[in-house]
Design a protein around this ligand. Structure first.
Ligand code: NAP
Length: 210
């Protein structure tokens, strides 16, 4: 019995690490990058400092270069994106925003990958995530957006929400698309409250997962 528990503990987790407003939105209704040059989402200094200290691999390559960050992944070695999230980088001329991670983009329309280091997957994300979890490695970062997260709702083991002290009234929710009504309990396992009012909250899916 103990061996079975140990085996399960070594399985990589799918972690939805995502910035959200107090009212549960990850972006505005236009689907643009909310933290980009024309974005409405403030990014305080202590928020960036915490990301650099704890999650350096989640900063995009150009930001890592600008900040002289070369730290390897502390949590993740793989990043999953939906096509529309990937395209926010593409529009800025960045074909691989995470060259320091294995980068997988889910899309049924993109066809050939714009970058040899980025794998485009048109197959079922759930099946692909289950395969990835069986391979060795660090945890798998689900970057978003809401539609891909909706498709992977049942597979998410940990939620790390970067909660911004802001409401926007309407926008793209944490989960959309194929998400169906399915209440799940989550256990708070870590938290960091910043002076700016942002919080990093880590929740593991409660043991009685469906
Ligand atoms: N706050 C944050 O931390 C954060 C993080 C990431 C993204 N965002 C924001 O989120 C927004 C984008 O989110 P979104 O919900 O509109 O889109 P998304 O989830 O990024 O991408 C949706 C696309 O992913 C593909 N996809 C989704 N489910 C699939 C499935 N079951 N099988 C295969 N492919 C699937 C489809 O591409 P095809 O149509 O090509 O098939 C779909 O159109 C942007 O504004 C972005 O800036 C915010």
């Amino acid at each position: 019995m103990a061996a079975a528990v140990d085996e399960r503990a070594s399985v990589r987790k799918l972690v939805y690490y995502i910035a959200t407003t107090l009212d549960g939105f990850i972006a505005g209704p236009d689907g643009a990058d909310p933290t980009g040059p024309d974005g409405f989402w403030p990014v305080p200094e202590d928020y960036i400092a915490h990301m650099i200290a704890e999650y350096p691999e989640t900063l995009p390559g150009p930001a890592r270069t600008a900040l002289s960050i070369s730290a390897p992944g502390t949590h993740f070695d793989t990043v999953l994106e939906g096509r529309r999230s990937y395209e926010t980088g593409l529009k800025a001329g960045v074909t691989d925003a995470y060259p320091h991670l294995r980068h997988i983009v889910f899309s049924r329309t993109l066809g050939e990958s714009p970058d040899p280091a980025v794998e485009v997957v048109a197959d079922d994300p759930v099946a692909r995530v289950r395969e990835l979890k069986q391979a060795d490695g660090k945890d798998i970062w689900l970057v978003g957006g809401g539609e891909l997260a909706g498709a992977l709702y049942s597979e998410i083991d940990t939620l790390i929400v970067k909660l911004s002290p802001m409401t926007i009234g309407a926008g793209i929710p944490l989960f959309s698309g194929g998400a169906t009504f399915s209440p799940n309990a989550w256990t708070l396992t870590d938290h960091k409250v910043l002076d700016s009012g942002a919080m990093f909250l880590t929740y593991d899916r409660a043991a009685d997962r469906r």
